[in-house]
Structure formats: C-alpha cells, structure tokens
Design a protein around this ligand. Structure first.
Ligand SMILES: [Zn+2]
Length: 371
C-alpha cells in the first residue's frame, strides 16, 4: 500500500549555466542587495577576486572577497559570519568546491541572507542541494545539516568548470549516473523524498532521473573527450547540467539508496580516502546493479560506459585488497548508513557481501574487455 499520496518537489529558485557567467554575478546579486560577500576557494582566490572586483567596480554594488580557510566547521562559519556582519552583507556567495559552498550556505542560513552558489567544477550534485556537510573544528565528518530553503541562485561559469581537472568531471558523471538507479529503487519502495518532512516523489523527479541517465550515456564519452581538450561544446554543457542540476534535483526529490550506501561503506577503509565522492558512488552503482539483479543488457551498457570514461569498477582500483575482512567492513558500514535499507527488498550482510564480490567480478571482466 502507498504510504502517502501527497507529492513534494523542491529546488533552487534559479539555475544559470554558461561560459563567462561569473562576470554577470553583480547583475544577479543586484536583485537581492548591493553589499555582496563572496567566499572563494583559496586556490582560486587571486584570479576570481580580481575578476569580481573589476566587474563590481563598474556598478553601484560593493563586493568583499575572502578566501576560504578549510573545512565547513563552526570555526570557519563563525569567522566568515563576523566578516559578513562587519561588512553589512546583503547577499552571500560561495565560489569553489564543496567546503566553500557548504560554508557559504551555512553563513547565509545563520544570517538569514540570500545565497548564491557558484561551483567551480562539475564533480558532484551538491551545489543545488539545501544541505551542508559539516565537519568538527578538528576535521572529523559530522553529518549533514538540512535547510528549509534552497539557494536563490546556482550559477555555473562553464569556462571555469572546463578548466578544472577532467577527473572531477568524470567523478561528477559517477554521482549523476547513480541518480537513475537510486530514484527507481526509491519509487519502487515508496520511500518519502528529502523535501520538507518527506513526500512521495513526483513524476517530474522520475523524469529528471531518466533524462540524467540518457544524457550521460548518449553524450558522456564525447563530452569527456572535449573536456580533456579544453573544448566547450553543447555536449559538455549537457553533461554539466546532468552532473549538477539533474542529478541534484533528482536525488533530493527522490532519494539515495545502495550506490550512496556503498560509497559510505567504502569510506571505512583509509585506502579510499584519496578518491572522489563520485568515484566511490560509481562502484556503488555496480553493487546496486548486482544486488537488484538488473537486466544483462542494461548492466552491459552501464559497465561499458563506466570503464570507457574511467570510473572505477573494481576494489583494486581503490587500492583495496579483496579480503573477506575488507569486504565485510565495507558491507557493515554500508548497512549502518541505512540507505541500503531503502531498497524495495531486504538487504542484509549476506546478500550485500555477495553483491560487492559480484560487482568486483563484473568490474574485472569489463576492465579486461573494454578498451
Ligand atoms: Zn552523491
């Protein structure tokens, strides 16, 4: 029986993506206020702050650019909040990777100010979500804080995204590809989504997950070749949209299941620490396909795609030895994440251990055959 008939859908107020769009930031923030605080990743600070100071300098708006100082933790949030209060900010902008975007979201939330989020890579679907991943001041992962409100604007400058390392673009495709599998498991198990207190996913959310899958499989390989050569084609723009907007709206409006559960499981082994979120999720997709006993032709299509774009599909690729101890540790931590329990059937130690081993067998087979 269906748990609820009420449907819910949410997302950022606006999403804008294109080459050179960061130069238009002042035009967009002017809708919300004239005093703009911009938190920027330290590695990109010089280039981006110079650009912004120049474009704001031609207008009535005032900008204050500051460099991020590490994890999204209370120490960093309080530091940025103090600067923001002294500057009397009316809008908060975060430009950079996960830590910077999450800190900017938290600061805006604490000060009840409009937020603009500008990711500088297409490595995950975090930019569009209404949550921040929190760390302790000592750098230990503490979990996520969910907000009632999404960003006023998610702004992507695709010239900047194109100049990020291609591995980030590949990882983003791993995170985005999971959306389709996880959305369908959530729909099958009739699990409430992440909107408000949790609603039945809309038909739109399911269509978004399907479109995300379609774009990756049709355009992913070509888009990656273009990214590697620094060529901004419509295929690259399509995949950036899939990695960021479609994947983001897809996961928040449906949910995460085994692919992300196994991602969490892999984090128990220190060997996997140097790997990106989307890379761990990619191996999680293989486990989910084995666990759900997906059709052979679908598995074949996905495995060929993942191997051809360079997403990891075996434990060896994470430098993890294939021992019973390691596999049980991954399965145990995956089960503890509770995401795997949202599959439409029972997931336990036995079937999950078998699925992880099966995924590795499958991965090895395709690594050998796909060039
Ligand atoms: Zn993810």
């Amino acid at each position: 029986m269906e748990k609820t008939l009420s449907r819910g859908f949410g997302g950022p107020l606006q999403y804008i993506q294109g080459p050179g769009e960061l130069n238009n930031l002042v035009k967009y923030t002017a809708d919300y206020g004239s005093r703009v605080l911009v938190l920027i990743d330290a590695s990109l600070f010089e280039a981006i702050s110079a650009k912004l100071e120049e474009s704001f300098g031609k207008t009535e708006s005032k900008v204050k650019c500051i460099a991020g100082e590490g994890e999204c933790c209370w120490k960093e949030i309080n530091r940025v909040m103090d600067i923001s209060k002294a500057f009397q900010s009316e809008v908060i902008v975060g430009v950079g990777g996960g830590k910077t975007m999450d800190t900017a979201k938290m600061v805006a939330e604490q000060l009840a100010l409009p937020k603009v989020i500008c990711p500088t890579s297409a490595s995950s679907d975090a930019p569009t979500s209404a949550l921040s991943v929190m760390y302790s001041d000592e750098g230990v992962h503490m979990g996520s804080i969910f907000f009632k409100k999404h960003a006023e604007l998610v702004l992507l400058d695709t010239d900047i995204i194109l100049s990020a390392p291609p591995r980030l673009f590949i990882a983003g495709m791993g995170d985005a590809l999971a959306t389709y599998f996880e959305a369908h498991a959530i729909l099958d198990s009739d699990t409430p989504n992440h909107i408000g207190s949790g609603y039945k996913p809309t038909r739109l959310a399911a269509a978004i997950a399907d479109l995300c899958y379609e774009i990756l499989l049709e355009r992913g390989e070509f888009a990656l070749e273009c990214v590697k050569r620094g060529v901004l084609t419509s295929a690259v723009e399509d995949v950036i949209e899939a990695n960021t907007l479609l994947s983001g709206l897809g996961f928040e409006n449906t949910g995460c299941v085994t692919a992300h559960g196994v991602h969490s499981g892999l984090t128990i082994l220190p060997e996997t620490a140097p790997f990106f979120h989307g890379e761990k999720v990619a191996f999680g997709i293989v486990v989910e396909m084995v666990l759900e006993n997906r059709p052979t032709d679908e598995i074949d299509k996905i495995m060929r795609f993942m191997v051809s774009v360079g997403l990891p599909v075996t434990l060896e690729q994470f430098n993890v030895a294939l021992t019973e101890e390691n596999i049980e540790a991954i399965a145990d931590k995956s089960l503890k994440s509770t995401l795997v329990s949202l599959e439409p059937f029972e997931v336990n130690m036995k079937n999950l251990v078998a699925a992880i081993k099966g995924a590795d067998i499958l991965g090895k087979k395709y690594l050998k055959t796909v060039k």
